[in-house]
Design a protein around this ligand. Structure first.
Ligand SMILES: [Zn+2]
Length: 520
């Protein structure tokens, strides 16, 4: 069924412009998979012409099958004074082989003459030629009208003429952009309503959060008839960020009562938000609306058993609807329904009646208190559940390890020794690496490959370290999140310790144990 409001995610392009964000190709693929399974309609993967990493992303993404999302590549209009089919950037867009092409063009006359240094007519031709070119190549074309609102306020006739040109050239969506993020909700509402009466193509909205109105402005546009929202997970983006889809999605579904992502996805909203934070290596914002740890935290001297009933009258929605939980009643992380849903997603037949559920929940709570996070470490979570469900023999045991670093001032090399046992056989290997984790990974994998040759093809694709506050008030702990790939899919594992080497080794061992459990 066609949604009343389409969600267009640009975390991987506009979002990655945010300070402190640096996604690897593997990060981008993991996020794209997650967005797709959540039910996001469009995923903008990047700007193929802007850097080789984005091109590589599209190359890898081509081999994947997305269930829900259509992948989009992004570019400006053709360059001025150049035929569209002679423009290298346009050729690279086709090479990305995405079903959707998103083209940004200028609506504001001031930008045309002062920034682009083109004539008003040349800008119109750049818009039309580019859109028509990609329509001729059978692509869905989304036209992002840059500075649509500021341009309209300054020179309404010219702005309208550029949108008309985009529509006439065959654009499938015309997306009005508040590029500078300085407009007010009533302006967005009025101008979107006007565009709505003028254009036949469905209208989209792309807002930035410079005045704190990123989400409010998107909602104002939807109320005026826009049917596509562009934004980013957790509002990542340049300056103060983009429109935050984590707020838009539940607002559209629960407050406006319009269909957007599949209903069953809403309870996974919090998980999606945290997953992307973990991949970006940001600590989730506890005060984030809807999904933050304090979003439904109630203080007050109410008696424990009365809290549930009373607290709900202080909440604008039931927190479970978006995968969050009321803090006074349940542990901050793992509500029962969250874990049940997650377990089913990981392939376990777990129900509220499963006798081990209680132990699983309390084990997760215990580990979360120690600093573990499972949102982006689904493989570690799967192992944890598996261990509680059936007492099976561990495929291997780590009998000992040693890491050392030799340096001579300018360069250094690490050496790791690992001893593993499989049943009554031992393997003892030594390996060098660029750093301690790299060396440990090589040594562990070599040792295990003697028994499990399939582990040879695994690759450590990412490694993130975060220092976390210790709940015990003693030494700070380190959380290590690693991503492993077998060439087809990747999975995350986590380790926590006061010692970074121990935390890393835990995550590495989990990763290999998971590969063996899943037979990958
Ligand atoms: Zn933008």
């Amino acid at each position: 069924m066609k949604p009343e409001v389409e969600i267009y995610d640009t975390t991987l392009r506009d979002g990655s412009q945010g300070e402190g964000i640096n996604f690897s190709v593997m990060d981008k693929l993991r996020i794209a998979d997650k967005l797709d399974s959540f039910g996001i309609h469009y995923i903008e993967g990047g700007w193929p012409g802007s850097n080789p990493k984005d091109m590589e992303f599209f190359k890898q993404a081509r081999r994947r099958r997305f269930k829900n999302a259509k992948l989009a590549a992004f570019s400006m209009t053709r360059r001025k004074g150049l035929r569209v089919d002679k423009d290298e950037l346009m050729r690279q867009m086709l090479e990305a082989e995405t079903p959707v092409i998103t083209i940004v063009g200028k609506s504001w006359l001031l930008h045309v003459t002062e920034v682009l240094r083109a004539t008003p007519a040349e800008n119109m031709a750049m818009i039309s030629d580019t859109i028509r070119y990609f329509k001729d190549h059978k692509r869905i074309v989304i036209y992002d009208a840059e500075h649509a609102f500021d341009g309209f306020k300054d020179e309404p006739d010219y702005a309208l003429a550029t949108w008309d040109a985009a529509e006439a050239a065959g654009a499938d969506r015309i997306v009005l952009c508040d590029t500078n993020g300085g407009c007010l909700p009533n302006e967005i509402n009025r101008i979107t309503a006007l565009a709505r009466t003028r254009l036949r193509a469905p209208i989209g909205i792309h807002t930035h959060n410079d005045c704190g109105f990123g989400v409010a402005n998107a909602i104002a546009a939807i109320e005026a008839g826009a049917t596509q929202v562009q934004g980013t997970i957790n509002g990542y983006g340049e300056r103060t960020g983009n429109c935050n889809l984590i707020s838009v999605i539940p607002t559209v579904a629960l407050k406006l009562g319009k269909s957007c992502v599949p209903k069953a996805s809403l309870p996974k909203l919090r998980e999606l938000s945290h997953f992307v934070d973990e991949i970006a290596n940001f600590a989730p914002d506890p005060r984030q609306p809807w999904v933050g740890a304090t979003a439904f935290a109630h203080k007050g001297g109410m008696h424990a058993h009365a809290v549930g009933r009373l607290a709900s009258s202080y909440e604008h929605i039931n927190p479970e609807t978006v995968g969050n939980s009321r803090r006074v009643l349940v542990s901050d992380m793992s509500g029962r329904s969250n874990i049940l849903a997650k377990a089913r997603e990981l392939g376990f037949k777990l129900t509220a009646e499963t006798p081990q559920l209680k132990t699983i929940l309390s084990r997760i709570k215990e580990l979360e208190n120690e600093g573990y996070e499972y949102e982006a470490a689904e493989a570690s979570l799967a192992l944890l559940i598996q261990k509680q469900l059936q007492h099976r023999q561990l495929p291997f045991t780590l009998e000992g390890y040693h890491v050392s670093t030799r340096g001579n001032g300018s360069s250094s090399v690490c050496e790791a020794t690992v001893k593993v046992r499989v049943e009554d056989q031992f393997a003892h290997t030594v390996a060098e690496g660029d750093g301690p984790v790299n060396a440990l990974d090589s040594a562990l994998r070599q040792a295990l490959s003697k028994f499990f040759p399939q582990l040879r093809k695994l690759k450590l694709t990412d490694y993130k370290v975060r220092i976390i506050d210790s709940a015990t008030g003693t030494a700070a702990k380190t959380r290590v999140l690693i991503t492993t790939s077998n060439g087809h899919r990747e999975w995350g594992t986590v380790g926590v310790s006061e010692n970074i080497i121990t935390a890393s080794l835990q995550a590495l061992a989990d990763s290999m144990e998971y590969a063996l459990m899943r037979g990958t």
